[in-house]
Design a protein. Structure first.
Length: 634
């Protein structure tokens, strides 16, 4: 430690090295793996800068709930200088409002730490955006963006808002062990937030064409226009060098005295009834996504997977997401009937039975991750029936009860099981009491998988952690496992070095439609999106600069050509789910409790999907820009 950093808790050997690399630089990335102490480094760096008169405030922007842990756990534990810290609440109670207001008291001589949740920046004119700008205008500031992959989409409103506001911070930092969650192209917005000069490209279009190879294709159905199809990546060694020059990357295996991760797979076979329902859903899914009729010798799962997923391993819109989730639901032992009711499939549940058999072998505490609430409830009920100590952690459970569940699991020897949803508990929690992590079901998101793994494998863990995946044979479980492996391998090759820039890693050409995210690639204008049986196409005008958005042949909305490429103009938003009807969802995007109704027919993507949501769940939606403007969301 060469600079005399102000520390309260003893660092690991790798942490002062990272501080030496970052200290005094206006822009820097901590891309260290989860559990290696990125939060400690940001707090120590900001504390030292304050003590030397370089800053007056620290701003942290983190995912919802994680931002609270900065204030209640991390800052009190690690901050060595006089400080006051508060987290942002959109509709605060009196006590919460007072904690925020005291940060502005002129007589206070200490580091002022303002902590926001990233979901509060869905609108440029939101109260949170105005408050953050107020801090930046008043004080020289250290701005840290925790889990920076949340701004990986260039066109998302919160990305634009935070990139614009970040320019006014004296020091900027991004913190993420998984900055490249789906694609190498995820790097663009995160490093643009730090400094546009790092990547050296003035537009995302120029960036993506340098680091990826695209194939120009004509639209089908005899309509005029063209789109670009991603076929592979290139120059990845150059991208890795650009990132490495402005970041500190360490892996746990290299820097911590942590026992290694151990992986194991337990395969199960579907019951006859599960297989019957599964096969029917596969055939229906291929048909709904516009694929060819399946023959007796065809690989059903391969055909459907190519239709559902794009080149970056991202689900192709709402219909594909619905098909994927229904298949996973069946594999887990459940099915949604024609009336929309989720019911257990009769004839036994092989996954649940395998998990309970594994419980007989288990020594010590365990985490169980599942992507669906009915599965979590069934697992909790089955374990309690065996007189096991178990706590549950998912969206329906109140914040206070979730905090108590976390405390019991860590501190109470009688509580051996923590059963949760990675969407609610996969980020920010310290669950080092576990030595086994079981995946009853897993998401196709590499970020969620990596984050949920590292709840147990992080600083403070003294024993090896065993990861067990319960995988149903000849189902999408196997496809998801392969996709996660490819995403992990690509991200590590770029961040850890050693990638050959001439290789397209991986080179994939998939059939079916295109990316409708409006971010990493152009859209196949003939993709089927929205409700079953509906086709939306984009027919470009003769001037080559704009187009109109045609659902079922009728004019509705618009799309644009930018930098000589055609793409839909869509908006990604996050908020709190409030209510659902057959025709619409009500979502609170700015925390005022009122919410906005969104017609389901205009939802291009929803995560988690409708009919699986509970009030209070965090939801991410993608809608056309014209609708976002109409609703006052951008």
């Amino acid at each position: 430690m060469t600079r005399g950093y102000l520390i309260k808790t003893k660092p690991y050997a790798h942490q002062p090295i990272g501080l030496d690399m970052a200290y005094g630089r206006r822009a820097f990335a901590y891309t260290m793996e989860q559990g290696t102490g990125k939060t400690w480094m940001a707090i120590v760096e900001a504390s030292t800068l304050w003590a030397r008169g370089q800053i007056g405030a620290m701003i942290v922007v983190a995912p919802n709930d994680v931002h609270r842990q900065w204030v209640t756990q991390q800052i009190p534990e690690h901050c060595a200088v006089p400080h006051r810290a508060a987290y942002w609440v959109a509709s605060p109670l009196k006590a919460e409002r007072l904690k925020w207001e005291v940060l502005w008291q002129a007589k206070f001589d200490g580091l002022r730490i303002f902590v926001f949740n990233v979901e509060a920046f869905q609108r440029a004119g939101s109260r949170a955006a105005k408050e953050l700008r107020k801090v930046l205008n008043a004080l020289p500031t250290y701005l840290a963006l925790d889990e920076s992959s949340r701004i990986k989409t260039p066109g998302a409103t919160r990305t634009k808002v935070l990139v614009a506001l970040g320019k006014h911070a004296k020091y900027r930092r991004i913190l993420s062990g998984t900055p490249l969650t789906n694609s190498p192209l995820d790097a663009y917005s995160q490093f643009r937030f730090l400094d546009p000069k790092i990547m050296g490209y003035s537009s995302f279009s120029a960036f993506k064409h340098h680091f990826a190879e695209w194939e120009k294709r004509r639209t089908s159905n005899n309509r005029q226009g063209w789109y670009e199809k991603l076929v592979g990546y290139r120059n990845l060694d150059e991208l890795g060098r650009k990132i490495a020059a402005h970041s500190y990357r360490v892996r746990k295996v290299d820097c911590l005295d942590l026992p290694p991760k151990i992986y194991e797979t337990r395969t199960v076979r579907l019951t006859a009834e599960q297989r019957r329902i599964y096969n029917e859903l596969v055939e229906d899914g291929v048909s709904r996504l516009g694929g060819p009729k399946l023959t007796a010798g065809s690989d059903r799962d391969d055909a459907l997977w190519a239709l559902m997923m794009d080149e970056d391993g991202v689900v192709r819109g709402q219909i594909a997401l619905t098909v994927l989730l229904r298949l996973q639901q069946v594999v887990g032992g459940w099915v949604t009937d024609e009336e929309g009711t989720v019911r257990e499939i009769p004839g036994g549940n092989p996954k649940l039975e395998a998990l309970l058999r594994y419980a007989d072998e288990l020594d010590g505490k365990a985490l169980v991750w599942s992507s669906r609430v009915p599965e979590i409830r069934a697992i909790v009920e089955a374990l309690r029936a065996r007189n096991e100590g178990v706590v549950a952690y998912y969206g329906e459970i109140s914040r206070d009860d979730r905090a108590e569940a976390r405390r019991q699991f860590q501190e109470d020897l009688a509580v051996r099981w923590f059963v949760g949803n990675p969407h609610a508990g996969g980020i920010g929690l310290n669950l080092t009491g576990a030595t086994t992590v079981l995946y009853y079901s897993t998401d196709h998101s590499y970020e969620k998988r990596a984050q949920s793994e590292d709840r147990a494998h992080r600083i403070g863990q003294t024993r090896s952690v065993l990861y067990v995946d319960f995988v149903a044979e000849e189902t999408v479980d196997e496809k998801i496992a392969d996709a996660l492996f490819q995403k992990r391998q690509m991200a590590e090759e770029i961040l850890d070095g050693g990638t050959n820039g001439d290789d397209q890693v991986p080179e994939r050409v998939l059939g079916g439609g295109g990316d409708i995210s409006g971010g990493a690639g152009a859209v196949d204008p003939t993709d089927s999106i929205g409700e079953a049986g509906r086709t939306d196409v984009c027919a470009f005008q003769d001037d080559g600069e704009s187009g109109v958005f045609h659902p079922d042949g009728g004019e509705h909305g618009y799309c644009r050509k930018t930098d000589r490429e055609a793409r839909f103009v869509n908006v990604e938003l996050s908020g709190e789910f409030l209510h659902e009807t057959d025709a619409a969802l009500k979502v609170d995007f700015d925390g005022d409790g009122e919410g906005t109704w969104l017609p389901k027919s205009q939802l291009l993507d929803v995560t988690p999907p409708p009919r699986t949501l509970n009030p209070g769940d965090l939801i991410e939606v993608e809608i056309p820009e014209w609708l976002a403007v109409e609703k006052g969301l951008v």
